[in-house]
Design a protein around this ligand. Sequence first.
Ligand SMILES: Nc1ncnc2c1ncn2[C@@H]1O[C@H](COP(=O)(O)OP(=O)(O)OP(=O)(O)O)[C@@H](O)[C@H]1O
Length: 276
Amino acid sequence: MSDTLLTASGIEVIYGATHGLLGKPGGGHKVLHGVDIDIRRGETVGIVGESGSGKTTLGRALLRLVTVSAGAIHFDGKDITQMPDAALRPLRRRMQMIFQDPMASLNPRHTIRRILVEPLLLHRLADDARSAERRIAAIFERFMLPIACLERNPHELSGGQRQRVGIARAALLEPDFVLADEVVSGLDVSTQAQVLNLMKELSRDLGLSMAFISHDLSVIRAVCDRVYVMRQGAVVEHGSCDRVFSAPADAYTRTLLDAIPLPRIEPGWLDRVAEA
Ligand SMILES: Nc1ncnc2c1ncn2[C@@H]1O[C@H](COP(=O)(O)OP(=O)(O)OP(=O)(O)O)[C@@H](O)[C@H]1O
């Protein structure tokens, strides 16, 4: 078994492409210009860059949620670039996504119980509702979520609770890969620390691979092993967090680093916030 779980090579994405004469793509707005990225098993990789640099588009391309016009994506040794939806379906459970705004992904009219039980039954990870609820109770305890939350609708939870429910929903599906897109922006620093620590624990305990998208390098510093720095739809630099933070090779990476408040550039800042 290769130690690489997910590889993308030469990825291009064009929004609004039209098919002209002879089926050749024409027009549109190219937002990824030949991006290469690989994610190893059990590894957490950061994707950082300013707004509009293409981070979310790259994440969505990795999960086959946008069409790529060039390049190839391999997941667990399989070429999924053009895989038909029916063949892709069994792989979907293994690739989960957690969003910045969990409200957008949690059905507002359903209780948290229903939101969590249904996917477990759908994917046959639980035999019946009772066994699904036992698994949910165990994860709630671990995530320090009050069990009473199960009866509530998403808008009746705090922002931090909602984010933890979103993570719990992804974790319950036992994925191999989780894409976390700006999951802590908009939360206060101590809630950020709680959520980030939870994600670190999960990736360690479940051996998960994660891609962490953030415009904030200090968030990447707190959780990632390696980082890809993006600008204008291309990767300008990648390497271990220790190397990129201590000796950035690219002028743009240096600009991003200069924007981080000092205490948060040090390794271990998260532990200090969590202990405070
Ligand atoms: N569905 C879409 N249709 C057309 N253009 C899009 C679409 N989604 C994104 N774009 C454009 O693609 C470019 C990259 O956007 P993307 O959301 O991937 O960047 P990002 O780095 O994730 O930005 P942010 O940090 O603001 O979320 C931007 O110019 C954006 O306007």
